[in-house]
Write a protein that binds this ligand. Structure first.
Ligand code: GLC
Length: 480
């Protein structure tokens, strides 16, 4: 039995390597609401956020939700003892509700680790595509606070509330991930028909009353999240196939397959949500317009800076959700990603998937700790910065601080330890007179020359930096 479980875990973790990738949309529209504009500005300064995918799927250590989607894709495969028939599998999957008991859940511990690493906002999966609500919704019993779920007896069972409360206390911006599609709702996958793919399984135009029920359900759930969970800054809506037919981009593969109009009336949802949460940033992913206030390139970094607010969401391991033994990126890789993203004007939303016991893999804590050591010294070049030409030259990335007008040059390395060459040449776009250059974390005068064209040559004490906080990327601060 143990062996079978191990095989199951291994097979399922392989599945997670192939994730469904939501591409970025084109055609950004500046939101009309000035409060929204202000909040976006504030959010853009934060640069580094924490994403968490957590649900009953973590019990099997499988990719979130997708194994109940009847599409034949790498990431939707059903494996293990329940995989033989679709209906048997879905039943067993939904039955995970009756064993979910993450007794180690302690959001304060997550906040401490995230804060120490320099993260400034959080986005949490209040409900993923499988429809299991990680909050105390009144709209369904398929939720963490249902008496069917053992964890409901725990005083912290409304985990969304606890997470938002704990992170709010430390002034994080709060983001609610919410899946528009719901593969548990009988008004999305109507049991009269079998589900065929990720989409609604009946034509809403033919069955408008049924679709209206789904719209009401969605509206009510979002209304609960906007009412009973304190201040919410971001409503991060996934599942871009739920969209008005007129917005479908047939150049995108998964959008081509959308047959029905799945309009859930975003203007109505937005009006309600922003009444309760003034200035709310809405991220109706891939549906360009008033409700996609920033774009979300997924598992990728755009090749150059973009002309609108954006955030790369990237997993710390290979999978969005918890997979035992997942391979985590090194702290150096994460720092390099952060630097690259920030130098192009974006934010990094780094995902960690809590396990079925309610805690993270210890590796995640250790990565965050290492990042924290670096960011305490070098964060002044990260936060409240903007992209600045020439953006990057080889392994050097630039930012410009909005605060003090200094330019920062990040000398990155593909290794944790960093070997500084005897000289570093920067080609700054800024023709203003350079007054001072320093290396963050080192209290020593640097020798340098600068010419009128903006070429700066810095003399280093060549060698390997071994001091904690100077590893990974050395940061030169250039003052004018
Ligand atoms: C991918 C995954 C989805 C996940 C999302 C996060 O689209 O398929 O499950 O929630 O990435 O960005």
């Amino acid at each position: 039995m143990k062996k079978l479980a191990l095989v199951l875990v291994l097979q399922l973790s392989l599945t997670c390597l192939f994730a469904q990738v939501h591409q970025m949309s084109k055609g950004y529209v500046v939101p009309e609401d000035t409060l929204v504009q202000q909040k976006i500005k504030k959010w853009e300064d934060l640069k580094f956020g924490l994403f968490m995918h957590w649900g009953t799927y973590s019990e099997w250590g499988v990719v979130e939700s997708w194994s109940i989607c009847p599409e034949d894709e790498g990431w939707t495969q059903r494996k293990g003892p329940y995989g033989a028939t679709y209906s048997g599998y879905k039943k067993a999957y939904e039955n995970l509700q009756t064993t979910f008991n993450p007794t180690k859940f302690n959001p304060d511990k997550w906040v401490r680790a995230a804060k120490d690493a320099g993260m400034k906002y959080v986005v949490f999966t209040t409900k993923h595509h499988d429809g299991f609500s990680m909050f105390d919704t009144k709209q369904t019993d398929y939720k963490i606070t249902s008496p069917k779920t053992p964890f409901s007896a725990n005083p912290k069972s409304n985990v969304t509330k606890e997470i938002f409360k704990a992170f709010s206390k430390e002034n994080f911006m709060i983001g609610a991930y919410f899946s528009k599609p719901d593969w548990h709702s009988e008004n999305y996958w109507w049991p009269y028909f079998p589900p065929k793919d990720r989409n609604v399984n009946y034509d809403p135009a033919k069955h408008p009353e049924q679709w209206q029920k789904f719209k009401d359900f969605t509206y009510n759930q979002i209304s609960e999240l906007m009412t009973d969970y304190g201040k919410v800054d971001i409503l991060w809506m996934d599942g871009g196939w739920v969209r008005p037919k007129s917005t479908i981009d047939t150049a995108v593969d998964w959008q081509k397959a959308i047959t029905f109009n799945q309009d859930i009336d975003m203007p109505k949802i937005a009006a309600m949500a922003r009444k309760k949460q003034p200035g709310l940033i809405m991220v109706d992913r891939t549906v360009a317009g008033q409700y996609e206030n920033y774009t979300t390139p997924e598992q990728q970094v755009p090749a150059a800076s973009l002309d609108h607010p954006w955030e790369s969401c990237i997993t710390m391991g290979n999978s969005w959700s918890y997979v035992p033994g997942d391979k985590y990126k090194s702290a150096n890789e994460i720092i390099s990603l952060l630097v690259k993203i920030v130098s192009r004007g974006g934010n990094l939303l780094m995902n960690i998937g809590p396990g079925p016991d309610g805690d993270w893999d210890p590796v995640a804590y250790s990565r965050l700790q290492q990042i924290g050591k670096w960011i305490k010294i070098n964060g002044e070049g990260i936060y409240r910065s903007a992209a600045v030409a020439p953006y990057s030259e080889n392994n050097i990335y630039y930012t410009k601080s909005v605060k003090n007008n200094a330019t920062y040059a990040f000398f990155t390395s593909d290794k944790e330890s960093l070997t500084l060459p005897a000289t570093i040449t920067l080609h700054l776009n800024d023709k203003a007179k350079v007054k001072k250059i320093s290396l963050l974390g080192i209290n020593k005068k640097l020798k340098w020359t600068a010419d009128k064209a903006g070429t700066v040559v810095i003399q280093n004490s060549p060698g390997t930096l071994t001091q904690s906080g100077l590893l990974n990327a050395a940061v030169y601060k250039i003052k004018y």
